[in-house]
Design a protein around this ligand. Structure first.
Ligand SMILES: *Cc1c(COP(=O)(O)O)cnc(C)c1O
Length: 488
């Protein structure tokens, strides 16, 4: 099977697509068969009979068919590595369902994909006879960095360097990264915000490609522009639907809505892929924080980045350029890559592009969008704790708030809210939302949150305060390329 770029007719197989990250023309890889009804003839009903690990094998073999040993890759990535082998439990909270995606090794939903991506990459190297070692450069707003380090540390033939915004992540997130063990990892702070950091890393990609090639390194990315990140995320939509059928909340074949706390548009796009594969998904609700560029886009058809950037209590959603939206656009215009390339060019040069009404009408059949203020998110955390005894992190609270608003208008279908992080990654914001004193060291706050809530602290987070930081370098954005060269 061929994967094609969203910006040209460039195509390659799923092995190479995983190794490359973005396509050479700057576009993103997508499977053109997704444009056809009955996509790849996937037997979604049979899939719903399986447990989550078996489901992963079936779905990933369908989406990434060139990998020979998918069953064993999935086993090694997941078996015994999450809190349960169910991977992503579904919990009833009030009149909605919360899909807990944070039960993996670093307590963020990024673990679902980043537990398996390194294995996909090494398998792809082995199978395609690639001689180079792989260099992963990743910019993070906090969660991707740690989940990637955890997935890639001590993997043969791979080096990983993570860049995070200096003073732009929570203390818990920072300690998670700077205490990372492994002989092939490096972590570096960059002066500036996440967008500066991300732009710097993108530039480094272009600026260092030739240097890497002549020194035996193949550059790649662990960000969600990699199809090896997106494909594993389709699985939990199937798992959630299976659980709803099992407990009688929905009859097989009836639609279910999903509300997704969105940043780079990867998580929600995976839900759309599940729908294209046959899963009865109703509406996908794109939930944003105060950086409401996607809400405005779905309302007006105009994607306009020329606006203020807000730092919020849900930092992993503080983003103005949602990369994966490009894949949705490509699908919406039936694979017209010239059109997509043109929009992306406009975005680059003017910071804005506009879609026509027909395209927007098509998108609105599958997607809805809403946003949530800081005050609304905090109020949701408190209300759900006080009424239902369920503790949510600030990202989940954004989606919860939007989901509740949607349910007030129409509660005819079950609603699943995707929960993307453990509340213990953001103890300061969660305590403040609960109306408690949230001053002082974040590790003390973790303990305090535990005393108040009785909810267990995930072991990986509880153990952090006793670990020694290994990395303390802070650099300017302009120094990223030199930093990478020196580390090699
Ligand atoms: C990355 C992240 C998101 C956003 O997911 P996207 O795939 O980028 O839309 C939401 N919540 C948390 C906690 C995250 O780490």
């Amino acid at each position: 099977m061929k994967y094609q770029s969203t910006r040209s007719s460039f195509s390659t197989d799923s092995l190479k697509a995983v190794l490359m990250g973005p396509a050479p023309d700057g576009g993103l890889f997508i499977d053109p068969q997704m444009l056809k009804p009955g996509y790849i003839g996937f037997d979604w009903k049979a899939c719903l009979q399986l447990d989550t690990i078996e489901m992963s094998k079936m779905i990933l073999s369908a989406l990434l068919p060139d990998f020979k040993d998918m069953d064993s890759l999935v086993e090694k990535a997941y078996r015994g590595r999450f809190e349960t082998d169910d991977l992503t439990p579904l919990v009833k909270v009030d009149n909605a369902w919360v899909l807990e995606l944070f039960r993996g090794p670093t307590s963020a939903f990024k673990d679902v994909a980043l537990s398996i991506l390194p294995r996909l990459m090494t398998a792809a190297v082995r199978q395609s006879g690639e001689k180079n070692n792989i260099l992963i450069l990743t910019a993070t707003s906090g969660d991707t960095g740690k989940a990637a380090l955890e997935g890639f540390h001590d993997v043969d033939g791979i080096r990983i360097i993570v860049f995070y915004p200096h003073n732009g992540v929570s203390l818990v997130q920072k300690s998670q990264m700077t205490t990372q063990e492994g002989s092939n990892v490096q972590v570096c702070a960059v002066r500036g915000n996440f967008d500066d950091c991300q732009t710097g890393v993108k530039k480094a990609f272009a600026g260092i490609r030739d240097y890497c090639a002549s020194n035996g390194w193949q550059l790649s990315s662990a960000n969600s522009i990699n199809i090896g990140r997106l494909a594993p995320q389709t699985v939990y939509y199937f798992a959630a639907y299976r659980d709803l059928v099992k407990n009688g909340a929905v009859k097989l074949g009836e639609p279910v809505d999903f509300c997704v706390p969105t940043g780079n548009f990867g998580d929600i796009l995976a839900g759309y892929w599940a729908k294209l594969m046959g899963l009865p998904v109703g509406k996908l609700i794109c939930a944003s924080n105060s950086n409401r560029i996607l809400t405005d886009f779905f309302t007006t058809g105009i994607y306009d980045t020329r606006r203020e950037f807000y730092k919020t209590s849900s930092p992993s959603m503080d983003i103005l350029v949602s990369s994966n939206l490009e894949r949705l656009l490509w699908l919406a215009v039936d694979g017209d890559s010239e059109k997509v390339a043109q929009w992306m060019k406009q975005l680059n040069s003017d910071g804005i592009y506009k879609l026509d009404d027909a395209v927007m009408a098509k998108l609105r059949k599958d997607f809805a969008a809403d946003c949530c203020t800081e005050a609304e998110g905090a109020a949701s955390i408190r209300a759900v704790w006080e009424k239902n005894g369920y503790l949510m992190d600030p990202h989940t609270a954004v989606a919860w708030t939007c989901a509740r608003r949607a349910l007030e208008k129409d509660a005819s279908r079950p609603m699943v809210v995707l929960s993307t992080a453990s509340p213990y990654k953001f103890p300061h914001s969660v305590l403040a939302a609960l109306g408690k004193d949230a001053g002082g060291d974040e590790f003390a706050l973790m303990d305090k949150l535990h005393e108040i809530s009785g909810v267990p602290v995930p072991a990986n987070l509880a153990g952090l305060k006793d670990k020694q930081p290994r990395f303390s370098t802070v650099i300017d954005v302009d120094s990223i390329i030199n930093y990478v060269k020196e580390s090699l």
